[in-house]
Ligand binder design. Sequence first.
Ligand code: OSB
Ligand code: MG
Length: 374
Amino acid sequence: MVIDEIEIRYVTLDLHTPFETSFGPYTQTHTVIVRLQSGDHVAWGEGPAGGEPFYSAETAGTVFLMMRDHIGPVLLGETIEALEDLHQRIALIRGNQMAKGAIDTAVATMLALERGQSLSAFLGGTREKVACGVSVGIQRDDEGNISVDRVLEAVRRHIDEGFRRIKIKIKPGYDLEPVTEIRKAFGDDLPFQVDANSAYTLDDVDVFRKLDRFGLLLIEQPLAHDDIIDHAKLQSRIETPVCLDESIHTLDDARHAIELGSCRVINIKHTRVGGLYHAKRIHDLCADAGVPVWCGGMLESAVGQCHGIAMASLPNFTLAGDLAPSSRYFHRDLIRPWIEMEDGYMAVPQTPGLGFDVDEDYLEEATTEKVVLR
Ligand code: OSB
Ligand code: MG
């Protein structure tokens, strides 16, 4: 496969409802969409880094620049036969996983397309459908105060919609109460987990000891975004599995975290780890170590979700992902019509490449900046 042209777009999509985490509310998705051309074939990639460097050090702005100035120029005109070839060519670039993820997802989709395979089959996926979980943000009442009642309403709605697992965002001062109320309202059998997005320190171990009583599936990223040492200490003091999200950027990060006992579960976001190539290797490492994984979300467009669904069809993705139909966040998305959730699952596309056509009119409308390298 020869890379003839790379189009890079900075795209913003409005969320129909704000999504609030411990670092504040999101009202828009800021993402980078990559269009790759090879002969007559077109493939799409996405690097959904966000508008601000709060979740990770990268933003959609840095992804755009890295793609334009460093990754794109290295790849133009190059022949790539396997994902490994791509990553060998960009290995000298340090960090910038989301930017690498943006090109990796486009190249993986192109390679799948050229082989006549679905992205899932190309990656070695084995599932025909993936379980959908939902991430419920911190909710506020009309006066702007955090409201447990509103969280209960949202959880009830999502259970009714059929989601297979509920996750809520927590932060200091807003943790035991919503968890207690959700267990009280929906029972102990509800598959239920929490995500702190790094809002706590080891001094808060008592909160996590108390959370142990609620039989949570896992506690996601309780401590610092770049930590695996304190997470190991925390995991040794509590029963609930710790799951790492922000702390895992590389295969070695995953290996170190598993060796140290920093977590018992890993949330794999393929773009956080530099793309599907690395995601697959982390998946395989975790499978060998008996560590289950699940597919996280970044409020990406349906393009990025297609990549995530393909990844989540791999065998060790045994926990429900943050994978939801577009209508969860958007009135309109970059792919239409999008996969509907049926009985809490989404079908894994079986047609070659991405499995869907991009809505190029809406993409153009949602683009704030664009460059074409050829
Ligand atoms: O920590 O998983 C996270 C969204 C933006 C940044 C970080 C996270 C999230 C989510 C969204 O939880 C989950 C989803 O895509 O539904
Ligand atoms: Mg998370």
